[in-house]
Design a protein around this ligand. Sequence first.
Ligand SMILES: NC(=O)c1ccc[n+]([C@@H]2O[C@H](COP(=O)([O-])OP(=O)(O)OC[C@H]3O[C@@H](n4cnc5c(N)ncnc54)[C@H](OP(=O)(O)O)[C@@H]3O)[C@@H](O)[C@H]2O)c1
Length: 303
Amino acid sequence: MMDLLGACHTLLFPVQMLYHVIMASLTSLLPSRRKDLAKEVVLITGGGRGIGRHLAKEFAKQGAKKVILWGRTEKSLKETAEEITLSGAECHYFVCDVANREEVYKQAKVVREKVGDVSILVNNAAVVHGKSLMDSDDDALLKSQHINTMGQFWTTKAFLPRMLELQHGHVVCINSILSKSPIPGAIDYCTSKASSLAFMESLTLGLLDCPGVGCTTVLPFHTNTEMFQGMRVRFPQLFPPLKPEVVAQRTVDAVRADKAFLYLPWTMHALVILKSFMPQAALEEIHKFSGCYTCMNTFKGRT
Ligand SMILES: NC(=O)c1ccc[n+]([C@@H]2O[C@H](COP(=O)([O-])OP(=O)(O)OC[C@H]3O[C@@H](n4cnc5c(N)ncnc54)[C@H](OP(=O)(O)O)[C@@H]3O)[C@@H](O)[C@H]2O)c1
């Protein structure tokens, strides 16, 4: 009997694969259902400025019940929270360094007591040191790892248990295409983002058996914020930086559509496919020709 069941499963497997590929193609072409945000309490790390600030505004605009901002700099958190409150949405902010585990757990408790259960956690905060390995001091390398990788372990550990209990929640990660296609001169960032991507891939699969709780990982190309200021590629007209408001809008839409992975722009899929079969020498030529090889030489972004 078991053998017969096993044989049926094996025969069904290619049919299931075909079904999922067709369904994914159709849903990417046709308008699909978007979940309502009216009951959602959204917490965004690094919500005071950059993409995080636009994410906060977009979640508020698309009807989230409450928006909570975390970051290190009170001034920018306060300004963003005031702007969102003026637009008519409820917004709170708390100073919290996501690299500090104790502070994350402490502030998570404060959030639960003062605002309520978080149902959408957006891990957005990150830094880039922007130097090669030998030019980086150990503290700077550790800082990137703590903020870009470990920060999301602590925040997810702090908020996921309640989402699982309520069978309602979403964990979002603003990752980067550099996690799939690293560049020289940002070794701290590429390494920590690759680690953060593995975290999200593992979490996404780990939550398959958890009804009502999902994940979205966003992999944007260079975006016009302070983070990579000064970085120069060879053909900026051909590959212009993304606007942070577009990244925010596409991210909120992906969360509402329950999409697991989002490449921005979609042409980044081609880069990943090329990387999977091209010889290393050809990939090196692409890096040199496009200016990616030296793009961080002019970097003067902030951390
Ligand atoms: N800009 C790009 O080209 C690009 C491309 C792809 C992906 N991304 C990703 O998009 C996300 C947002 O980047 P962005 O461009 O908006 O950068 P950004 O303008 O430099 O903003 C970074 C945000 O992270 C916060 N932050 C940094 N360290 C923190 C810490 N220890 N604890 C809490 N908050 C912290 C900052 O606030 P405080 O300084 O106040 O703490 C700030 O709000 C990042 O995950 C980045 O990797 C960016």
